[in-house]
Design a protein around this ligand. Structure first.
Ligand SMILES: [Zn+2]
Length: 267
């Protein structure tokens, strides 16, 4: 979740080559895209983008690059890039998980700087991020974005799980003081807070099930053992490790809750 991706291996030159060679009939917009001056300007814009790193969202918006307009850019993307270039672009990331949710495979491309404002980056590889369909569609129109080629929030620093056992078992997500505002914002923008809360509640249910099915007596020690065995399972996600850590901190409360649950079942 919110992990860094390797920079795309594909260059803007390769994009132009594919569009030029794989396209039989060249539309006016493709011809304008292949114009030498336009290509030079696009390359300069790409270079500036690569240098901008943490200031990428301060790059200037452009309606056109020479004769290549925003409308041309959209047509080239829709009619050429999507069909001719996209498969090769995504090929590099086919074994990676979606950089947003870390769950599904990335099958779509998201424009970090939107093509409605930045004509010059519509087909620029560094502005195109592979993403799963869900995350791409969940993304809210917002200035706050996450750039997986430059940024890494995969340690989810400051994110915590809170357990409420008063009425029924509910896990909620909160942030400790001093958590990076950007993490909070991108959790909202991509609706990952809700997704993570759902996953955390499912995990809690699984833990409760394995405790109630355990043949050992319901006591603090045995409950602790079930939690420990889940925690020692290899290949846990970052959020799962945090979940178990926070759960261990409230084991007494959890035990009381479990006894109540077990009693309810026996009524
Ligand atoms: Zn995703």
């Amino acid at each position: 979740m919110f992990s860094k991706l390797d920079l795309p291996k594909m260059s803007l030159g390769r994009v132009a080559y594919l569009i030029d060679h794989e396209t039989q009939k060249k539309s006016k917009s493709v011809k304008r895209f292949l114009d030498v001056d336009t290509q030079k300007k696009l390359l300069l814009a790409e270079r500036e983008y690569k240098r901008s790193e943490d200031k990428y969202d301060e790059l200037s918006e452009e309606d056109s690059v020479g004769v290549f307009s925003k409308k041309d850019a959209k047509l080239v993307y829709k009619n050429r890039f999507n069909t001719v270039v996209r498969p090769e672009f995504l090929d590099q990331y086919q074994t990676e998980a979606c950089p947003i949710c870390g769950v599904a495979f990335p099958q779509e491309l998201d424009h970090v700087l939107p093509k409605s404002k930045y004509a010059q980056f519509t087909v620029t590889p560094i502005n195109l991020v592979p993403m799963c369909g869900n995350c791409n569609h969940e993304k809210l129109a917002s200035k706050v974005s996450f750039h997986p080629y430059f940024e890494d929030f995969s340690d989810l620093r400051g994110l915590e799980f809170r357990f409420d056992f008063k009425s029924k078992a509910i896990v909620s997500i909160c942030f400790s003081d001093g958590t990076d505002d950007k993490l909070k914002n991108i959790m909202d923008v991509y609706k990952q807070k809700r997704q993570l809360a759902l996953s955390a509640n499912r995990l809690l249910k699984r833990i409760i099930n394995s405790i109630s099915m355990s043949e050992n007596k319901l006591n603090l020690e045995n409950i602790g053992k079930v939690i420990e065995s889940g925690e020692s399972y290899g290949g846990l996600e970052v959020w799962e490790k945090k979940f178990y850590k926070n759960l261990r901190e409230i084991t007494d409360e959890f035990y009381t809750f479990l006894c109540n649950e077990a009693n309810k079942g026996n009524e």
